[in-house]
Design a protein around this ligand. Structure first.
Ligand code: ZN
Ligand code: ZN
Length: 223
């Protein structure tokens, strides 16, 4: 399975950076775009430079409703409306209606853990008490084990990893880890790909120098 970061606060030299996150997952059977960043034009520009044709994408998953993960949706759907879309069921009804009116396939509101497509599962929508932010993370069933893909990790690592573990042992995590300080959660992992909104990159890197991987737009890994 190939994972390519398309949009991040940091980017390799040829690409543009911007606050937000987006990532392409190629399973061999499906091509899934996870989040869209904020600026849809920047998203498409980075895709072009990475030689990713937006038309190959068959599934769009949005982790949560924040602007830096959903801002590029309309620009993307104008280029490729032929996608199934998975959003936390708590998304605003108006936004769900807008998305539905622009796609030729189906919009799914996700509540509990479920399969998205072959080898890809969602934790279901999770919320840390009282934050009001509902977010889903993905579980990628790779040849080398299961990996979690997180947008901003607002629910906190413990909640996310607990839900993700119902699909088996977690080998690693990639994405935005927010202000997570549950550093012990990384102990059993072999990859910590921290990007986007991760506040404590330096601490994580110091604790787990062999596992830590800084991610950025243009970063790609086969798992
Ligand atoms: Zn967020
Ligand atoms: Zn974010």
């Amino acid at each position: 399975m190939k994972i390519t970061i398309v949009y991040d606060n940091n980017a390799q030299e040829a690409l543009k950076c911007g606050w937000g996150f987006s990532c392409l997952i190629e399973t061999g059977t499906n091509n899934i775009l996870f989040d869209t960043g904020w600026d849809g034009h920047l998203l498409l520009e980075n895709m072009e430079k990475l030689e990713i044709d937006p038309q190959i994408i068959d599934t769009l998953v949005l982790s949560h409703q924040h602007w830096d993960h959903t801002g590029g949706v309309t620009t993307f759907l104008n280029i490729n409306p032929d996608v199934d879309v998975f959003v936390p069921s708590g998304f605003s009804p108006r936004l769900k209606k807008e998305i539905t009116s622009r796609i030729t396939k189906k919009l799914y509101g996700v509540s509990s853990p479920q399969k998205i497509c072959d080898k890809i599962y969602t934790t279901g929508e999770l919320e840390k008490n009282g934050t009001g932010i509902k977010e889903q993370s993905l579980i990628l069933e790779c040849e080398s084990g299961n990996y979690v893909l997180a947008g901003c990790a607002h629910p906190g690592l413990l909640l996310i990893l607990e839900a993700a573990s119902s699909f088996g042992k977690i080998n690693g995590i990639i994405g935005g880890l927010h202000d997570s300080q549950e550093y012990g959660s990384f102990k059993e992992m072999d990859l910590i790909g921290a990007g986007h909104c991760t506040s404590h990159k330096d601490i994580i890197r110091k604790m787990y120098p062999e596992k830590f991987q800084k991610i950025y737009a243009g970063y790609s890994i086969e798992l």
